[in-house]
Write a new protein. Structure first.
Length: 84
C-alpha cells in the first residue's frame, strides 16, 4: 500500500529508474535467522514490492532463475545499457 510518507522518495529523482527483483525460488528457499518468514510470506512480499515499485514508475526487471553468474551478467548488462 502506498503511503503519503513514501511520495517524497518517488518524486526526488535520487534513485535509479531500474529495480531488480528476484522472485522467491521454492527449490532453494530456506528460513533461518535472517529470513524468519516462510515461503508463502516471501511470495506475498515479492508481489507487494513488485506492485509498489511499478506504481512508483520504476522499471522492474525480474531476474530469471539462473546461476549467480548469469544473473550478475544480466544486471551489469542492463545497467550498462541504461548509461548509453
Amino acid at each position: 500500500m502506498l503511503r503519503a510518507r513514501h511520495l517524497p522518495l518517488t518524486l526526488s529523482g535520487c534513485y535509479h529508474s531500474a529495480v531488480f527483483l528476484v522472485p522467491p525460488w521454492e527449490e532453494i528457499y530456506t528460513s533461518g535467522f535472517e529470513r524468519r518468514h516462510g515461503f508463502a510470506e516471501a511470495v506475498s512480499e515479492y508481489e507487494r514490492l513488485d506492485t509498489a515499485y511499478r506504481s512508483f514508475g520504476y522499471d522492474v526487471i525480474v531476474l530469471p532463475r539462473q546461476s549467480i553468474q548469469e544473473r550478475a551478467a544480466l544486471v551489469l548488462s542492463r545497467l550498462a545499457s541504461k548509461r548509453s
